[in-house]
Design a protein around this ligand. Structure first.
Ligand code: MN
Length: 301
């Protein structure tokens, strides 16, 4: 709760506008976006929610994919061995089993509710393969950019099984899983200094409810509704729609009148040039050419 005490404190470390405050000037939904059906890996059907043309607007986020199917023909072939350089991948599995193996020696299985965070840095070659022959496979993969100074850092990997994902429940009964960042005093599983990502899974109960999250106005932010319907400052956002939140005010207020689930994702923009060629994201074309050469010559990983 807002005590009012922090408002008088000087200096950049004061808490005003951060997560102990309430939201008084909520952001509007600036634009609604419908994801693009596509295929990736060895033919996995998915919906690309955050597409290439939104990379500048949603800096530091580069991509968000949503996969959801109960047909193994849609997901069974998985994502066999492929490289990455220059950014981070965050996989959040709602239902299903996916095994990750990479050239840095990391291996892990993520299952229902689990998260896998991989920093590709200077390079990894990895595979992400379903470990089930039937049933539902549903989840998300988010790409988070690295600042130029960190793009060639050593690779890093961590999986966070579902019980280890920090979460809390508001007095309204809204359950909030904190994958990254800090929400209402609950620190998420991962923190990143340069991009300050906030990644929440907001779960409204059958009766719905209201959820507010303070956000610095400069941070780019969006929600993606994947169950039910959620309103942003009075504007309804239907299932399978992303709402880009205007850079204004002191946070976001979400409201649901029935059961609903939405991702709330925000971060500090890097404001650097973005150069992407497939699985490589660097600052310049020359760095991309170098990445391809390194991969072809076995020097990437
Ligand atoms: Mn990958």
């Amino acid at each position: 709760p807002e005590t009012g005490l922090s408002a008088g404190l000087p200096g950049p470390r004061c808490n005003r506008g951060m997560d102990t405050s309430t939201v008084t000037q909520p952001r509007r939904a600036e634009r609604l976006v419908t994801g693009q059906p596509t295929q990736d890996g060895a033919g996995v059907k998915l919906t690309r929610v955050l597409t290439h043309d939104l990379q500048q607007r949603l800096d530091p986020f580069l991509m968000l994919d949503n996969f959801a199917s109960d047909d193994p023909n849609d997901y069974g072939a998985g994502f066999p061995s492929h490289p990455h350089r220059g950014f981070e991948t965050v996989s959040y599995m709602l239902t299903g089993n996916m095994r990750h193996k990479d050239s840095a020696g990391h291996e892990g299985l993520i299952t229902d509710g689990g998260v896998q965070w991989m920093t590709a840095g200077r390079g990894v070659i990895h595979s992400e393969m379903p470990e089930q022959n039937d049933g539902v496979m549903e989840g998300f993969q988010l790409w988070l950019n690295l600042p130029g100074k960190d793009k060639m850092c050593p690779p890093w990997y961590r999986d966070i099984q579902s019980p280890e994902v920090p979460e809390y429940t508001t007095p309204d009964g809204v359950r909030v899983r904190v994958i990254a960042g800090v929400s209402h005093g609950t620190a998420g599983a991962v923190q990143r200094e340069a991009t300050q990502p906030l990644y929440l899974d907001v779960i409204f109960p059958d009766a719905g409810g209201r959820f507010s999250q303070p956000l610095p106005a400069a941070h780019n932010a969006f929600i993606y509704v994947y169950r039910g319907e959620v309103s942003v400052a009075g504007s309804p956002v239907a299932r399978q729609r992303m709402a880009i939140l205007a850079n204004e005010g002191d946070g976001v207020t979400l409201q649901a009148s029935a059961a609903a689930r939405a991702l709330l994702i925000a971060g500090q923009p890097l404001r650097e040039p973005i150069a992407q060629y497939g699985p490589f994201v660097m600052n310049t074309r020359d760095e991309l050419i170098q990445a391809v050469e390194d991969f072809q010559n076995g020097r990437l990983a």
